[in-house]
Design a protein around this ligand. Structure first.
Ligand code: NDP
Ligand code: 13P
Length: 312
């Protein structure tokens, strides 16, 4: 049995895809809807999905997908560690915890030392998955045999999973691309053009790869679905909330603060990491300041352009 914890857009979309293979439990802390989840409008839920707010019922499954936002995951794991430990836990969160400065896999491993820890990430909008459009993702688990078993269990007719044992690389790809997507959105929202966006994507990718290698990831993982793949998607599509948030910043428009925008807190986490480890992460630093309203778009761009000239 599979349970998905977190009945947001992504948890619900994964439930729809996996329901093609068998029963799925979708848990939310507050289920105040019936039939159609307002976070994923226009999607009818198949009968194979049981929607519940009963965590004990959901935790009867051996495989647990954690589809919570990155900044909520740590406290959730702390609250429920005793019941979650020993299970196979697959996180879908794309972010770095601002307080603990780690990604989801380390949050799980610290809270639940006996758990099998995995990450499911890659270019995939919830709405695309839920509509049955083809999607390719990365399943990362340090234990090769568990990675293979999960790849089989979580692949579905239109959900094609590749596997890797580089958990750090896979989860950093997903977390860091959100920061670059905000920067790309800002460029477009401010009317700076497609050429400037290409520059931000490329230099953002260089920043992602540098940081990931520093944190022990394999650089080639970043060229896969979870890095380059998701970066490409998120920096070029209005479907992305991170991109839309950046576009609103760039255009000086307000943005709904209830929307999940993982890149904003992650950019702040990266600024702290950079200070801790003596790293140069100019794009993350710019996004953090822009998102906090500490600098204007003009000043931020000017600052990036005036950095010392260097080799590529
Ligand atoms: N949407 C997408 O296309 C994709 C999203 N992801 C990633 O998946 C993660 C979740 O995103 P997404 O589903 O889109 O976000 P949503 O904003 O759609 O939903 C977030 C969900 O998390 C729940 N939640 C928040 N805090 C808690 C908590 N403390 N305990 C229990 N539930 C909680 C919310 O419940 P409530 O309604 O009660 O607040 C809500 O159901 C993010 O890291 C995102 O980057 C990955 C790939 C694609
Ligand atoms: O991660 C995603 C697609 O792979 C979703 O991106 P947003 O959170 O920016 O909407």
């Amino acid at each position: 049995m599979i349970s998905i914890l977190g009945a947001g857009a992504f948890g619900t979309a994964l439930a729809v895809a996996l329901a093609a293979k068998g029963p799925v439990t979708l848990w939310g802390r507050r289920i105040d809807w019936q039939g159609e989840n307002p976070r994923l409008p226009g999607v009818a839920l198949p009968d194979a999905i049981t929607v519940t707010d009963d965590l004990n019922a959901a935790l009867k499954a051996g495989t647990i997908l954690l589809a919570l936002p990155a900044q909520k995951l740590g406290a959730f794991l702390d609250d429920h560690a005793a019941r979650l430990d020993g299970k196979c836990q697959v996180s879908t969160a794309k972010g770095i915890d601002l307080q603990r400065l780690t990604g989801p896999s380390t949050l799980i491993a610290r809270a639940c030392p006996r758990a099998t820890v995995a990450v499911l990430t890659g270019p995939s909008f919830a709405a695309d998955i839920a509509r049955g459009l083809p999607t390719a993702l990365t399943l990362a688990c340090a234990e090769a045999s568990a990675a293979e078993a999960l790849q089989q269990r979580l692949s579905a007719p239109v959900l094609r999973l590749y596997r890797t044992t580089d958990v750090q690389g896979a989860e950093l790809g997903g977390a860091l691309k959100n920061v670059v997507a905000i920067a790309a959105g800002t460029v477009i929202g401010a009317g700076l053009g497609d050429s400037a966006r290409a520059a931000i994507i490329t230099r953002g990718f260089a920043e992602m790869t540098r940081l990931a290698a520093h944190l022990g990831a394999r650089p080639e993982t970043l060229t896969g679905l979870s890095g380059l793949g998701d970066l490409t998607l998120t920096c070029t599509s209005d479907q992305s909330r991170n991109f839309r948030f950046g576009a609103a910043l760039g255009a000086g428009r307000p943005f709904d603060t209830a929307t999940t925008v993982e890149g904003a807190a992650t950019a702040r986490a990266l600024v702290r990491l950079a200070a801790r480890d003596g790293l140069d992460l100019p794009i993350a630093a710019m996004v953090a300041r822009l998102a906090e309203g500490e600098v204007s778009v003009e000043k931020a761009m000017d600052h990036l352009l005036r950095r010392p000239l260097k080799e590529e």
